[in-house]
Design a binder for this molecule. Structure first.
Ligand SMILES: Nc1ncnc2c1ncn2[C@@H]1O[C@H](COP(=O)(O)OP(=O)(O)OP(=O)(O)O)[C@@H](O)[C@H]1O
Ligand SMILES: [Mg+2]
Length: 560
């Protein structure tokens, strides 16, 4: 907008009107009528002009403060009210500037318009301040109140944290309790299972041992030979199940030695290939620096086989089986959460599949003996039980992770070996057959179970040795004290008559230092096996055994 300014004397002097406005603004001869009125006291013109300019500056600064604050602080309540307030203050500033302008330029229309807008807004803002803002402002908390509120909040937060810590502690206790309960349950089932399995083992020893003889005798009668084969297969299956039960009960004789885990896993993977079928891909991720583990290798192979068979069953339409090895440290924190774990260095073998997974509700049960979700005849529910018992008996740790619909991982943590060799190394090396005459050698058999004793005597006789037999330690000592030649004492570990097999052997060696000793047992106790480990220098033939095993072990014992 361009104003055409007519000076007070009414003469138009030409030139640029805007420049004229500002160029002449200090010229007292160009005052507007309103400004001219003040000429009777000219210093008032300046007082008004300077004051209005300063007031306008103050207004603009306030308006800027309000509007900038409300723009930056999005958490202000009633932003519309603050914006209106800012605009109102700004217009107030404008009206003061116009007051200065009208001293020289008679823009009264504009000034009145701005003033009227400010006036209307004054009413609104005044009402809003008094009716809306003031009541709220008065109830705003003061500094002291805020400090009190902060203190109360801090106290509440502290209480809440301690309550949360307590809840967590309860949950941990609950989890530990349920772990302990589960462990007790497994222990109780283990004892029961171990007892039953031990007796079964004796029965199977007789069957598996004699069936070969029977098979030889009926070789030329196909019908009977077939039945013999059936019995043999059934007994073998029975022996297999019994072994799993003993493994679960942690009562199988283990022969741990220092084992290269990677080598064992590679061998197992090769054996698994045909069993798993073409639909299942096997991947192995073996850490090249895996430490050797102190473990019974044949049992570990069986455990990996059991895990792989479960994986196969969980992937009926194919999938991927992953075998991993790695060194791991189970630290104190981990041990605190898993009460059966001793902190230390372990070698981990993980067997993972991409199968159906296990529902969370069943996960606790899978290690229990006879727990199976498979159809009758398809699963006995002893696979994982065997793995569980074997790993525990080997001082290891087992963990299962499963996600329904995604797959399962079973991790075996095995204790690291420090280059330990055991009696098993001796056994592992096939004994060389020395040139002794069997007919020369005499064996004293000590076995309380009459059925088993009879079988063993027949067996050993048929191998060409001379046999003597006793059903308990006292009977055996009577024979040992007698004149008969004895080269080998073949004794069960658990025998009646005051002494156990180990003590009997000690007594016998006092009387006959040259005597060789061979132990046999279904399940073994501390006398011969400390927590499932053979004492150094002890030979043990685990029951049930084939007659070929018996022959081999007797030879080993006699030549040792
Ligand atoms: N990898 C797996 N994926 C899905 N389910 C599994 C897996 N491993 C075990 N399970 C579940 O745990 C149950 C128990 O397994 P376990 O190996 O002890 O017995 P089983 O396989 O049923 O029979 P067995 O091994 O004696 O022939 C299985 O029936 C199955 O339900
Ligand atoms: Mg299984």
């Amino acid at each position: 907008m361009i104003w055409t300014v007519v000076p007070a004397d009414g003469l138009d002097r030409g030139g640029d009107p805007v420049l004229t406005v500002f160029g002449d603004s200090l010229d007292m001869s160009t005052l507007s009528p309103h400004g001219a009125c003040l000429l009777w006291q000219p210093e008032l013109i300046w007082l008004n002009a300077v004051s209005d300019i300063l007031i306008a500056g103050g207004f603009f600064a306030t308006a800027f403060f309000v509007m900038f604050s409300v723009w930056r602080r999005r958490d202000f309540q009633f932003p519309w009210a603050w914006w209106s307030f800012g605009i109102y203050i700004m217009l107030g500033g404008v009206s003061h500037l116009l007051s200065v302008l009208t001293l020289w330029v008679p823009v009264y229309g504009i000034e009145s318009m701005v003033k009227s807008v400010v006036a209307v807004m004054s009413v609104g803002v005044g009402a809003a301040l008094l009716l809306v803002v003031l009541p709220r402002f008065l109830v705003l908390p003061g500094r002291a109140q805020l400090q009190q509120a902060y203190a109360a909040l801090a106290e509440e937060t502290k209480q809440r944290r301690s309550a949360e810590a307590m809840v967590q502690r309860f949950q941990e206790i609950e989890a530990t309790e349920s772990q302990v309960r589960q462990a007790q349950k497994m222990e109780a089932v283990g004892q029961l299972t171990g007892g039953v399995a031990h007796d079964f083992n004796n029965i199977l020893t007789v069957i598996t041992g004699t069936i070969e003889i029977l098979g030889d005798a009926v070789k030329d009668r196909p019908h009977l030979a077939q039945i013999t084969n059936l019995i043999s297969a059934a007994a073998a299956r029975g022996a297999d199940l019994t072994q799993h039960l003993l493994a679960f009960a942690r009562r199988q004789p283990l022969q741990p030695r220092s084992i290269d885990i990677n080598g064992l896993v590679i061998d197992a993977a090769q054996l698994l290939r045909p069993t798993l079928g073409a639909q299942i891909e096997i991947e192995s991720m073996l850490s090249p620096d895996s430490a050797p583990a102190l473990i019974d290798p044949s049992q570990l192979s069986t455990a990996i086989l059991n895990l792989a068979l479960n994986a196969r069953d969980a992937m009926p339409n194919g999938g991927k089986l992953t075998l991993e090895t790695r060194n791991v440290v189970l630290d104190d924190d981990y041990a605190a959460m898993n009460n059966d774990v001793k902190p230390g260095n372990y070698v981990m073998i993980a067997v993972s599949d991409s199968g159906t997974g296990i529902p969370a509700s069943l996960l606790e049960k899978v290690f229990e003996p006879f727990f199976t979700t498979k159809d009758v005849g398809k699963g006995s529910g002893l696979g994982l039980s065997m793995v569980y018992g074997f790993v525990k008996q080997s001082n290891g740790h087992i963990k299962i992770y499963s996600e329904e619909g995604h797959g399962t991982t079973v991790k075996l943590y095995l204790p690291q070996a420090a280059g330990i060799a055991s009696i098993a190394d001796v056994l592992a090396a096939e004994p060389g057959i020395s040139g002794f005459e069997r007919g020369d050698k005499s064996i004293l058999i000590v076995e309380d179970d009459a059925l088993v004793r009879e079988y063993v005597v027949t067996q050993i006789n048929s191998l060409g040795y001379i046999t003597l037999a006793a059903s308990n330690a006292a009977g055996a000592l009577a024979i040992i004290n007698g004149p008969d030649r004895i080269d080998l004492l073949f004794t069960d570990v658990i025998i009646p008559g005051g002494l156990n097999g180990r003590q009997l052997a000690t007594e016998a060696l006092k009387r006959r230092p040259e005597l060789k000793i061979l132990y046999t047992s279904g399940y073994t106790e501390n006398a011969i096996v400390h927590h499932g480990r053979l004492d150094a220098g002890v030979l043990l033939l685990p029951k049930p055994y084939l007659s070929s095993d018996l022959a081999r072990m007797i030879q080993t014992a006699l030549t040792s």
